[in-house]
Design a protein. Structure first.
Length: 256
């Protein structure tokens, strides 16, 4: 089921907070369609996967290579929204997705800023409320979260981005299978972004991402969970700089 009204990435965290009954410092309203979906299914765990550089045009153009994402929308009345982005860079975009605040409000522009920011994300807020959370992320981004949330799975950056994403997938599956009390998991896949930056074959990156998401979705389904998938910013491609295509990303909500 598709909802093509304009949404913002800023609405993701407030929607999750509303479902779990915690307070988030954001003036942005939650998405009512997603809340109805969540309350109707009452997921045991919510898994948010940000796919770096997955903009709406790439999601549409590479539909065959990203078949799992499209299947998730069709399954059990899954939801698809077109979201406006808040930044062209990964770190501030992810911080906005997790806090519901604009970059100028949360001030998290680099990985180092995560450790100095006084703004708590939905990860810390849920964990403080007794709802264990987990993060699967590049090592530099996880360091400030050690001791602040229940489960932290760092993955060292490396030249082989396919190997990197495979480790992200493996740790995401592991936390879901081994930690039954975890209620919210955040993971970040980067292959599409790396291939876009270096002029690689995006179909290869899309297929790798597709298979990683297939594996994650299977385990989310086994946990009676809900999967939220979102891009962080438009792909860094030459045609994006000259085209009039809107800077939007897909937001997918599904119970696999």
């Amino acid at each position: 089921m598709s909802f093509m009204q304009s949404l913002s990435q800023l609405q993701i965290a407030p929607t999750v907070a509303d479902f779990f009954g915690v307070h988030l410092t954001s003036r942005v309203h939650p998405v009512e369609q997603i809340l109805k979906f969540m309350h109707a299914r009452n997921p045991q765990v919510v898994v948010l996967v940000v796919i770096d550089s997955l903009d709406f045009k790439l999601y549409s153009d590479f539909a065959d290579d990203l078949a799992v994402l499209h299947e998730l929308v069709k399954r059990d009345d899954g939801l698809l929204f077109e979201c406006e982005t808040v930044s062209n860079h990964t770190t501030p975009a992810i911080a906005s997705i997790l806090t519901g605040l604009l970059p100028e409000s949360h001030g998290i522009l680099t990985s180092e800023d995560v450790g100095t920011s006084k703004v708590n994300s939905i990860l810390e807020i849920l964990d403080d409320d007794g709802k264990p959370t987990a993060v699967v992320l590049e090592t530099a981004g996880t360091k400030p979260l050690v001791g602040r949330i229940s489960y932290v799975f760092p993955v060292d950056d490396r030249e082989d981005i396919i190997e990197y994403d495979a480790l992200i997938k493996t740790h995401t599956i592991s936390v879901l299978q081994k930690h039954e009390k975890v209620r919210f998991v955040f993971s970040h896949l980067r292959a599409i972004d790396r291939f876009a930056h270096r002029g690689g074959d995006l179909r290869v990156a899309a297929r790798v991402t597709n298979e990683n998401m297939r594996a994650i979705a299977k385990v989310v389904g086994e946990r009676n969970g809900m999967l939220v998938i979102c891009g962080d910013h438009e792909a860094h491609l030459k045609d994006r700089k000259t085209s009039q295509w809107k800077k939007t990303v897909p937001l997918i909500v599904s119970c696999p």
